[in-house]
Design a protein around this ligand. Structure first.
Ligand SMILES: [Mg+2]
Length: 394
């Protein structure tokens, strides 16, 4: 096994669903009116595709080993990511032993520092890293969660993200996280409507079901504080990503401002151990939500998670399906996971990265047994019916 080396790295793009889960067609809840940093412009307020949320598309990275085994992973990076993989990152992988993941990560990160650090470059490195873990698991015949130290519990427990927490409760999830519809530009009237919607959902789900608001970077400290205060009596469990990701000072203030017991969560658009170090040392939040496909991959998430553990912070990764599940089940400070409701009306459980992956496990009654993850690598296959294109080669 130690002789197995990487023969070739290939990068593809694909449109329509998949890792770029915002790339959906008309009428999907995820493209409804959701408060965003662009909502201050009325012409970009009614849906997120209007300002280009789906512009990137999915990046598929394949890593082929000398024994013919192919590992792969998907993330959000599209054609730009494909260029970075083929023309820049492939050189740090090809010819190397498949076990040298730490060294390959370090070279990819340091070689891209002059134009990387966060955003699409780190998304791309994450995709390559996940493909390397998939390959290592496949060659060894072990699921990634076993490579990471093994499961610490028998099953995963999920909350659901989507427009219908009331339906999610009936499906057995432990909580429901809704997108916030109205932002500061819609004034007090919008704030009232946000609180009325929460009250309506609270009346439908009862007192014991978790309800959360995802604010997608769209508020300011004052608005977020007023929302949190108003939502307190309605039992809002957490306020998520209330502020732009660079406003660490605002997060620290918001965390001091929210009613006792309400959690402040953030981090899905944060990257690397250094970004999360800032969030933790400045005491910006209670729960960090790295996306394993965007924060630097599993190799980096291990470090982020260890740092969080030492700061008594929970790590509840953002979305990302199997790539998160294999990690969450191995960590004590990740007690539950997120499930994105990708059915257009959020009224049924469908695979998160549908239609791109085959064998993608989904929760049943809000839970998933570790046995659903007991396949080599991340345990998923690319759907041959999805049309991949390879815009660059090397
Ligand atoms: Mg979020």
């Amino acid at each position: 096994m130690t002789d197995v080396t990487i023969k070739q790295v290939r990068a593809y793009t694909v449109r329509g669903g998949g890792a770029d889960y915002h790339d959906q067609s008309e009428g999907h809840w995820i493209d409804g009116q959701i408060s965003t940093p662009m909502s201050k412009y009325p012409e970009y307020r009614m849906n997120r595709r209007s300002f280009g949320l789906n512009v990137l598309g999915t990046l598929v990275v394949e890593v082929e080993a000398s024994d013919g085994t192919v590992g792969f992973a998907v993330t959000t990076a599209g054609e730009i990511g494909a260029f970075i993989v083929e023309r820049h990152l492939a050189r740090f992988l090809e010819g190397r032993k498949i076990t040298e993941i730490e060294k390959m990560w370090d070279q990819m990160f340091n070689a891209t520092l002059f134009y990387g650090r966060k955003g699409i470059v780190i998304n791309t490195i994450s995709g390559v890293d996940l493909a390397l873990w998939d390959l290592l698991g496949k060659v060894r015949g072990e699921p990634v969660h076993e490579l990471l130290g093994g499961a610490v519990r028998d099953e995963l427990q999920f909350y659901a993200t989507g427009a219908r927490p009331d339906l999610a409760r009936d499906m057995g999830f432990i909580g429901g996280k809704m997108p916030l519809a109205h932002g500061p530009a819609e004034g007090n009237e919008g704030l009232t409507r946000n609180l009325e919607h929460l009250a309506e959902m609270r009346s439908r789900v009862g007192d014991d079901f978790w309800l959360m608001y995802d604010c997608w970077m769209s508020l300011d400290v004052n608005y977020a504080t007023r929302l949190a205060q108003g939502a307190s009596e309605l039992g809002l469990k957490w306020i998520e990503e209330a502020l732009p990701p660079d406003d660490y000072w605002g997060y620290a203030e918001l965390k001091r401002n929210v009613p006792k017991g309400m959690l402040v969560n953030t981090g899905e658009h944060e990257a690397t151990r250094w970004g999360f170090r800032l969030l933790m040392e400045m005491d910006c939040c209670d729960v960090i939500q790295p996306d394993v496909g965007w924060c630097g991959g599993v190799t980096e998430l291990i470090k982020i998670s260890a740092l969080a553990d030492a700061h008594n912070k929970l790590v509840v990764p953002h979305g990302s399906s199997v790539y998160s599940y294999h990690f969450v089940i191995t960590r004590h400070n990740s007690p539950f996971a997120e499930f994105l409701m990708m059915a257009p009306k959020a009224d049924e459980v469908v695979p998160m990265f549908h239609p791109l992956l085959l064998d993608e496990p989904v929760p049943s009654h809000g839970r998933m047994s570790v046995s659903a993850l007991d396949k080599p690598g991340f345990g998923v296959r690319l759907n041959p019916e999805c049309e991949l294109s390879r815009p660059y080669t090397h």
